[in-house]
Design a protein around this ligand. Sequence first.
Ligand code: ZN
Length: 408
Amino acid sequence: MVNQERLWQRLMALGEIGKQPSGGITRLSFTAEERAAKNLVRQWMIEAGLAVREDAVGNLIGRREGRDAGAAVVLAGSHLDSVLNGGNFDGPLGALSAVEAMQCMNEAGVQTDRPIEVIAFTDEEGARFRFGMIGSRALAGTLTLDELEATDSDGVRILDAMRQAGLNPAKISEAARSKGSVHAYVEVHIEQGKVLEQAGLPVGVVTGLAGPLWLKFTIIGQASHAGTTPMSMRHDALVGAAEILQVIEHETRKEERTVGTVGQFSVFPGGVNIIPGRVEFTLDLRDVDADTRQNVELRIRQQARQICDARGLALDVQVLQDIDPVHCSVDIQNTVYEACAALGLKAIPVVSGAGHDCMQLRDLCPVGMIFVRSKDGVSHHPDEWSSPEDCAAGAAVLYHTLLKLATV
Ligand SMILES: [Zn+2]
């Protein structure tokens, strides 16, 4: 159905752009590397018979007309940017699978009712500005000029980077799609986990994406002399924090899918012989179910409060980011299962612990994702790998899914 060799060769060719001597791929948004990647994919889109354009935020779009040019469009794609020293599959597989599916439809002379557009979103990863999903936010119409003030490590604002790339930030609203103009969005992506590998299956049907809640805990105690302050008279912020960390692990483990991570932790003043007077740490809490995540959050907050009260510590919890979990469209999930069945592939439901562009499109259109098996679950790393056969399986499932979604 799809041309495995062509898809693989394109993946490998794209992987040459931004390749680092130290290993891995670095393609940050609005850089020469990202530009080169988009130019190459543009050529393949043209080869696939698509009408290519770029929108106001730099999303690369290849359109294949349907019988009804005015019908709501079916969108499929992913992103071409990477993290620092990232892998070759996270993003490119989704964009190139969609190009491959379109090329195969043209080769087979297949006509669809709805138009289909392949999209390569601008900056999904957020690796450069610590603010990602820029292209999908713009498409959803939620990207604001204020958000374009975020800067990279050299102090360059998104605004400036866009201008340097020949884009006009004042026009970002032109990239927005109106409600009703997009029938569905589907993305092929590597799993970035081990569920499919352990199940021995090439593809999975994504049921939902866990939304990250980021909290910052600040615990204030009393810094004092480590030698002269008796244990009974201490207000040690670090010991309180240690207890809270255990609560976090305990409460998340009670749930099937909740994950909680303390990734940043600072102790002040940080002297060998000073009782810690202040501790700050972050918590990344995720679950695909919003209620479950909220319940876990509440239990953690309550117990953290009790621990601090008992130890005479002050506690402050600040919300840094709160993204709701996203449920994939059940209709699209069923369409993907049908596509798998048509190809003789067994597929299982999987949950995405990572965020993807479709999270930004949740209010614009129904969304769905097809996961492809990742070797050892490794991602955001030079060793990221999916086999040519598995990549082709993902593209073939996408082909059938798009065919069905584009039929009225
Ligand atoms: Zn990705």
